[in-house]
Design a protein around this ligand. Structure first.
Ligand SMILES: Cc1cc2nc3c(=O)[nH]c(=O)nc-3n(C[C@H](O)[C@H](O)[C@H](O)COP(=O)(O)OP(=O)(O)OC[C@H]3O[C@@H](n4cnc5c(N)ncnc54)[C@H](O)[C@@H]3O)c2cc1C
Length: 395
């Protein structure tokens, strides 16, 4: 079986490693960027314990490499901007191992390493054709406009992210759903004076800061605040240093040291902030009668509230790999993954409750210690099948 993977991102790279050296399977990977060139690589991310579990069970060498290059994510705290604590959860209460905190560039570098020899960088998917045998042929463009058409593939995998060209070409452009929340993201490269370490959130009304330290003395800060309506654009004024400095500071009380530090960083680094609006897109797992399979954001871009975007892309790559190894196809991936993805997407949106206008962040944060929310977190962080569940379908 010839498999062509579009996108050497999170899902594409994990899938490729799962398939390397499998009898009867050949894999090629195509990515439009050169290694180290990705736009978002300046930022940081937290990867959930469920992705670490998937790697530990299926790709232990990748698990070890990520652990070595990262800091452990062991705790989730929530407080008000004046420091009043609302929620404090050691992750091992609901997970089998900690998550991780690391830089984007590191995640990509480590996930891509095993399949580097199979990857063609600097080629962008711009079309899809069929060969005489009905196999799909990706039309790839290099920087000077030259087009390349490799041999046909039995399966084309869309690991090309949120704005997947493969999805647009074969299943139509997904309509994004906006949720009326602006999001800012900033990397502070030198954060020696950062007064906290592990993953925390701080509320000032419905405006929320989220931050943690990263390896190499850096810190990552993500802000979020409500917009006037679900479809509203982020006003230019909200992106100014003065607005950012004031947004998270409590009106009457003194800010706690963590919030004071983050507000100063956001104001100082206002020009470098990466802006986005909270959004997701409808799930689409396959196209072209099962000859195209979508993984990660190409299949199911989701809201980032629980840090599950890259986390689910890793789960997707691992489980799709286990299924393709035993002769499965796109419909098997849908059967194994789509119920879980529906749960993760619902839960991620539900956990965003405290950021919507009018919601009570105090009551909403305290409710996250209730058994019902913790049971969902436990399901999120542990419900990952091991290799024994993917024994060969046929003897
Ligand atoms: C700033 C930021 C912070 C985030 N923080 C977190 C977090 O803390 N935790 C978390 O779990 N998730 C986080 N996410 C979400 C996460 O980034 C995505 O969910 C995840 O990267 C999806 O992985 P993927 O493999 O589907 O796509 P990607 O990782 O986006 O990879 C797509 C790949 O496809 C390539 N590509 C795209 N188009 C083409 C084309 N036409 N031809 C060839 N190649 C193409 C790209 O160059 C890229 O290498 C964050 C996202 C952003 C932007």
């Amino acid at each position: 079986m010839r498999i062509g993977i579009i996108g050497a991102g999170v899902a594409g790279s994990v899938l490729a490693e799962m398939l390397i050296g499998q009898p009867g399977i050949t894999v090629d990977i195509y990515d439009r960027r050169q290694p180290g060139e990705a736009e978002e690589t300046g930022t940081g991310l937290n990867v959930g314990p469920n992705a670490l579990k998937a790697l530990r069970l299926h790709l232990p060498a990748r698990h070890a490499a990520l652990r070595t290059a990262s800091l452990p994510w062991t705790r989730w705290t929530i407080a008000l901007a004046d420091g009043a604590p609302l929620f404090d959860l050691p992750l091992l209460e609901v997970a089998e191992e900690p998550g991780i905190r690391l830089r984007w560039a590191e995640l990509y570098r480590l996930l891509r390493e095993p399949s580097a020899g199979l990857t063609h960088y600097g080629v962008e998917l711009v079309g899809v054709e069929e060969d005489w045998a009905g196999r799909l042929v990706p039309v790839l463009e290099v920087a000077d406009g030259t087009r390349l058409l490799p041999r046909g593939y039995d399966l084309l995998v869309g690991g090309d992210g949120r704005y997947s060209a493969l999805r647009v070409l074969t299943a139509g452009a997904p309509a994004p759903v906006f949720h009326g929340i602006a999001m800012s993201r900033l990397l502070v490269p030198q954060a020696d004076d950062c007064p906290y370490d592990d993953y925390g959130q701080w509320f000032n009304g419905n405006a929320r800061l989220l931050s943690y330290r990263l390896p190499g003395g850096a810190a990552y800060i993500a802000g979020g605040f409500p917009l006037p309506s679900p479809e509203a654009e982020i006003p230019a004024e909200a992106k100014t240093a003065a607005f950012q400095r004031a947004l998270y500071l409590p009106g009457l009380a003194e800010p706690c040291p963590a919030v004071a530090w983050m507000a100063a960083q956001l104001a100082e680094g206002a020009e470098a902030i990466h802006w986005a609006r909270l959004q997701d897109a409808p799930l689409c797992r396959s196209a072209a009668a099962g000859r195209v399979l979508f993984l990660g954001d190409a299949a199911h871009a989701m809201v980032p509230t629980l840090g599950q975007g890259a986390t689910q892309a890793i789960e997707d790559g691992v489980i799709a790999g286990a299924l393709l190894r035993r002769g499965g196809g796109a419909e098997d991936v849908a059967a194994w993954r789509d119920t879980r993805i529906a749960f993760v997407r619902r839960f991620s949106l539900e956990a965003t409750d405290t950021m919507f206008p009018g919601a009570d962040p105090v009551a909403g944060s305290i409710a996250k210690r209730e058994p019902e929310f913790l049971a969902k977190l436990r399901r999120l962080y542990t419900d990952v099948p091991g290799p024994e569940e993917f024994a060969p379908a046929r003897a």
